[in-house]
Design a protein around this ligand. Structure first.
Ligand code: DGT
Ligand code: CA
Ligand code: CA
Length: 576
C-alpha cells in the first residue's frame, strides 16, 4: 500500500460519508487525514510498523486503528460500513465534472441514481432540472460533462456503437450505386467496447456514397471526405470511418478492416510464407490477383476454414482454422431458457406473470427467476416470508401458462465473510441458487478471492453471477484472483454466468476461454430487470463466442427437463 493508495481510500471514505449525509466534520476529518498521508515524508507502512501513526496530526484512536488495518491487511472494514446500502458504482459519478458528493447525495436520494448511465438518462428526461438547487442550466452542464467523460475515455459500449453502426450501415447500403456493405473493426468482432465504428462499402461511385454519408442525420463534424474514405463524428460523439473499395477488393478489404491488427499481421505472415502478398486491396501472387468473392474464399486460398470475426484476436484461431478444428460456436437460437430474471418483487419492472408472457412470446420454454435476497436492501431483497409467497405465485403462473417452466431461483449475496445471506434450510427449497457479490468492492484481492470461493463451496450454490463485478466504462472489476475463482467453480461444478447486460458482459470473454479449458460450465444469462433487457441475449452470446464456446458448454441450451436434471444431480439432500 503506497501513501497515495491510503490517501485515496481516506478521501473515498470522506466522500461516502458526505453522500450518506453524515456530520460534515466527520468527512472533513478524513479529507484532512488524506492530505497528511499524501504529504508524509516517509512510507506509511513504516510509520505503522514503528507504532507512530497516532502521532500524525488529526490521527485519533479510531482513525489510527482503521489506517493500521488498511496498511497491514490492504482492506478497511469501515469502508464496507460506509458503502452499506449504496450502489457499488456510486463513486464513479465523481468522474463527471461538476458532480461532487453533495450532488450525488441529492441525485441518489431523490432519483435513486447510482450510475453514470442513470444520471445521463435522468438529465435527458429533464428530471435533474426539477431537483432543488438544479435547473435547466445545471442539467445541460452535466450532460456536457458526461459527453466529455465519454470522449475522454475514448471508448463506447458495444451496444451504443452497434445501434448507431447498424443505422449508418443501412443508410450507406441504400445509396444509389452501393453494391455491398459491412460493419468492420472491433464492432464486427463484437468487442465489449469500441473506439470507433468502421464501415466498408463497395460501390460504382465513391464520391457519391461519401457525400451521402457525411450529410447523414446525426453528423456533428466531418473529419475527412474523399473518394475512398469518409470520416465523421456522430452524436453523441462517436467517430465513424467509412472506406469505399472496388468490388474486386471487397473480400480482402472486409478482412483487413475487420482486424484485429494482430490477426492481420499473422495472416500477412501466412501469405508471405506462401510467396504471396495480402493487403486491403487483395491477395496477390506477384501481379496476379487470387480471386475471392468472400472472406470464406479468401481463407480457402490458405487452406483455412472461415474464421468467425469474433475469434480474430490472434489467440490460436489461425492454427485451428488450418487444422479444420475451429469450434462450432454457439448461436442465440440454441438457447432454450432464460436465466437470471428479476421481477417487481424486487428491483425488476415487470410482474412475474408479465415476465412469463415475455419469455413465452420469445419462444423459450423455461426461465430461471432470480430476484434479490434480503442483503441487497436497496433492491427490496426478499425475506423468507416473501420467498415462500413468490413460490406460490410462480406455481400459479406456471399452471396458467402451460408449456412454460419456471425455475424457482434467487440471487443470493455472498457476504463479506463468505457466507450466504440465506440459511441452508431455505436455500434447499429452491430449484437453483445463484450467488454474487454486491458490496465491499474495495476489498483486497486475497479477501475477495477467498470470500467468493467460500460462496462457491456452499453446496447449495449452482451458479456464480457476474464474477468480476465490472460495469463497462464505469466501474473496474474488483481485485480478485479470477483463475482461482474459476478453478473453484470447476471443482465444485458451479456454473459461471456470462451476463448479457451490455454494461456488464461478465464473465469477460478472455476468462471464458480460460474457464472452458478448466472444464467450467456456463449459463448465458440476461440479468433482466426490464422489458428491453430481454433483447440483450445476443451480447452474452457474442461474449460466449469470443470465448470459443459451443452449445454444449452452455447449460441453458439444454431442454427444461435436462436443465432440471443438471440441477437435481448437484443438489445435496435437504438438511433434516
Ligand atoms: P477500436 O476502434 O480501437 O475499437 O479497434 P479496431 O480494431 O476497430 O481498430 P481501428 O478502428 O483502428 O481499425 C480497424 C481495423 O483496421 C483494425 O481492426 C485492423 C485494421 N488496421 C488498422 N490499422 C492497421 C495496421 O496498422 N495494420 C494492420 N495490419 N491492420 C490495421
Ligand atoms: Ca474501430
Ligand atoms: Ca477506425
Amino acid at each position: 500500500m503506497t501513501n497515495k493508495d491510503v490517501a485515496e481510500t481516506l478521501t473515498r471514505v470522506g466522500q461516502l460519508l458526505e453522500i450518506r449525509g453524515e456530520n460534515p466534520f466527520k468527512a472533513r476529518a478524513y479529507y484532512a487525514a488524506a492530505r497528511v498521508v499524501e504529504q508524509l515524508g516517509e512510507d506509511i507502512s513504516k510509520v505503522v510498523a514503528d507504532g507512530e501513526l497516532g502521532e500524525l496530526p488529526g490521527f485519533g484512536e479510531a482513525l489510527t486503528e482503521k489506517v493500521t488495518e488498511l496498511v497491514t491487511t490492504g482492506h478497511m472494514s469501515y469502508m464496507d460500513e460506509v458503502m452499506e446500502g449504496l450502489p457499488p458504482g456510486i463513486l464513479s459519478l465523481l468522474d463527471i465534472g461538476g458532480v461532487g458528493p453533495k450532488k450525488i447525495k441529492l441525485f441518489y436520494d431523490e432519483l435513486g441514481i447510482g450510475t453514470i448511465t442513470q444520471l445521463e438518462q435522468a438529465a435527458k428526461d429533464g428530471r435533474l432540472a426539477e431537483l432543488p438547487g438544479m435547473g435547466e442550466k445545471s442539467q445541460a452542464a452535466i450532460l456536457e460533462s458526461i459527453r466529455q467523460y465519454h470522449s475522454h475515455q475514448g471508448r463506447w459500449l458495444l451496444s451504443q456503437a452497434l445501434a448507431l453502426g447498424e443505422k449508418v450501415l443501412a443508410a450507406v447500403e441504400g445509396v444509389d450505386g452501393s453494391i455491398r456493405a459491412s460493419l468492420a473493426g472491433s464492432l464486427r468482432r463484437r468487442r465489449e467496447t469500441v473506439g470507433d465504428i468502421d464501415i466498408l462499402v463497395s460501390t460504382r461511385s465513391g464520391p457519391k456514397v461519401v457525400e451521402a454519408f457525411t450529410s447523414l442525420d446525426g453528423v456533428e463534424r466531418v473529419l475527412a471526405s474523399g473518394d475512398t474514405k469518409g470520416s465523421a463524428v456522430f452524436a453523441p460523439g462517436i467517430q465513424v470511418d467509412l472506406r469505399v473499395v472496388e468490388e474486386a477488393s471487397y473480400a480482402a478489404a472486409q478482412h483487413y478492416f475487420t482486424g484485429s491488427v494482430e490477426h492481420n499481421v499473422r495472416m500477412r505472415r501466412e501469405a508471405i510464407q506462401r510467396g504471396w502478398k495480402l493487403n486491403e486491396y487483395g491477395l496477390f501472387d506477384g501481379d496476379r490477383r487470387l480471386d475471392a468473392e468472400s472472406e470464406e474464399e479468401l481463407y480457402k486460398h490458405f487452406g483455412m476454414d472461415l474464421i468467425p470475426p469474433e475469434l480474430r484476436e490472434n489467440t490460436g484461431e489461425v492454427e485451428a482454422a488450418s487444422a479444420h478444428r475451429l469450434p462450432s460456436l454457439i448461436e442465440a437460437e440454441k438457447i432454450k431458457g432464460l436465466v437470471h430474471i428479476h421481477t417487481d418483487w424486487t428491483d425488476g419492472k415487470l410482474a412475474l406473470e408479465q415476465v412469463a408472457h415475455e419469455v413465452k412470446e420469445r419462444g423459450y420454454t423455461y426461465f430461471v427467476l432470480a430476484d434479490h435476497s434480503r442483503a441487497v436492501t436497496v433492491a427490496n431483497g426478499l425475506d423468507q416470508e416473501r420467498v415462500r409467497r413468490q413460490w406460490k405465485e410462480a406455481e400459479r403462473v406456471e399452471k396458467k401458462l402451460s408449456g412454460l417452466r419456471i425455475f424457482r431461483s434467487i440471487e443470493v449475496d455472498i457476504k463479506g465473510d463468505g457466507t450466504i445471506d440465506f440459511p441452508d434450510e431455505l436455500l434447499a427449497g429452491f430449484d437453483c441458487c445463484i450467488a454474487a457479490v454486491h458490496s465491499g468492492f474495495a476489498s483486497s484481492k486475497e479477501k475477495m478471492t477467498s470470500r467468493i470461493i467460500a460462496g462457491i463451496e456452499n453446496p447449495y450454490i449452482d451458479i456464480l453471477a457476474h464474477p468480476s463485478g465490472r460495469l463497462l466504462l464505469e466501474r473496474e472489476p474488483y481485485a480478485v484472483d479470477m483463475a482461482a475463482v474459476l478453478k473453484a467453480c470447476a471443482e465444485n461444478a458451479v456454473a459461471v454466468e456470462i451476463n448479457s447486460h451490455p454494461l456488464r458482459l461478465d464473465l469477460d470473454w478472455r476468462y471464458v476461454r480460460m474457464a472452458k479449458e478448466m472444464g467450467v460450465e456456463f449459463v448465458v444469462s440476461l440479468d433482466a430487470h426490464d422489458e428491453e433487457d430481454f433483447g440483450a441475449l445476443d451480447y452474452g452470446i457474442w461474449t460466449a463466442r469470443k470465448g470459443w464456446l459451443e452449445k454444449e458448454d452452455v447449460l441453458n441450451c439444454l431442454s427444461a427437463r435436462d436443465f432440471a436434471g443438471w440441477l437435481a444431480k448437484r443438489r445435496p439432500q435437504s438438511p433434516k
